[in-house]
Design a protein around this ligand. Sequence first.
Ligand SMILES: NC(=O)c1ccc[n+]([C@@H]2O[C@H](COP(=O)([O-])OP(=O)(O)OC[C@H]3O[C@@H](n4cnc5c(N)ncnc54)[C@H](O)[C@@H]3O)[C@@H](O)[C@H]2O)c1
Length: 249
Amino acid sequence: MQDDLTGRVALITGAARGIGRAIALALARDGADVAVADTDLGGAQETVGLVSRGRALALAADVSSEESVTSLYSTVLAEFGGLDILVNNAGIFKVTDPLQVTAAEWDSVMAVNARGTFLMCREALRQMMPVGRGTIINVASTAGKSGGSVMAGVHYAASKAAVICLTKSLATYAAPSHIRVNAVAPGPTTTEMTAAWGAETNARIAGQIPLGRYGDPREIAEVVAFLASDRAGFITGEVVDVNGGLIMD
Ligand SMILES: NC(=O)c1ccc[n+]([C@@H]2O[C@H](COP(=O)([O-])OP(=O)(O)OC[C@H]3O[C@@H](n4cnc5c(N)ncnc54)[C@H](O)[C@@H]3O)[C@@H](O)[C@H]2O)c1
C-alpha cells in the first residue's frame, strides 16, 4: 500500500475553479501528476499555475460531448502515458421552478451532470480495466439524496441522483478488475456557484446546517484525496457525505 499519490496520473474535470480546482491542488500536493480539464481553458491554466509540484497540464474539454471526451482521453494518454485517478467534478447548477423547466433545460443539466459523468467513467474504465488498476471519484451532491430540499432544481437533484446510482453500478461492474468507484456528496460549499445565490440566501441556508456554515472547497478535496489513495483501498460504491451535518444517513 502506498500512502501518497506519487507516480499516479489524475484527471480532474471542472477544475478551472471552485471544488475542482481544490481537488486538483490536493491531488498534486499528494504527489499526483494532474490533467486539469474544463470548458474554461483560461481558468484551467490558472489552476495549473497554482500547482507547486509534479506535472500539470490544462486541457479544454466539454464532458457533455462524446467527441470532446474521446479527444480528451487521447491527449491525456499521449501526454501522461496512462490514467490512475479520474475525478468527475464538472457540473452545472440550476434552481428553476419545476413548472418552468423546459425540455431543453432538463436535457442541458442532464447532459453535463449525468451523461458527462457517465461518458468520462466509460472512457476511464476502457483504459483502466485491461490494466486492472485505477479509481474514480464522482462529485454528487446532497441534492441527489434529498431531492434538493435546501436549494436545487428538480433537474439538478435528479442529475445528482443519477451520479450516485451510476457510481454504485460501475463500482459493482469494475470491482472484479480491482477498480474502485466512489462518490462524494457535498453540501453547500463556498464557490462561485453558491456566490451566485446571493448573501441573504447563503446566510439562510447556512443557518440550516448543523455546523452553521458552508464547506470550504478544500474540505471536499481532502475527502477526494483520501478516496483516491490506497488508504481507501477497501472502499468502493460508497457515497461520502461532506455536508456539515445537513443530511445524516
Ligand atoms: N458548491 C456547492 O455548494 C456544491 C454542492 C454540492 C455539489 N456541488 C458540485 O460540485 C461540483 C463543483 O461545484 P463548484 O461549486 O465548484 O462549481 P463551479 O460552477 O464553481 O465550477 C464548475 C466548473 O465546471 C466547469 N464545467 C461546467 N460545465 C462543464 C462541461 N460541460 N465540461 C467541462 N467543464 C465544465 C465550469 O467551467 C467550472 O469551472 C459540481 O458538480 C457541483 O454540482 C457543488
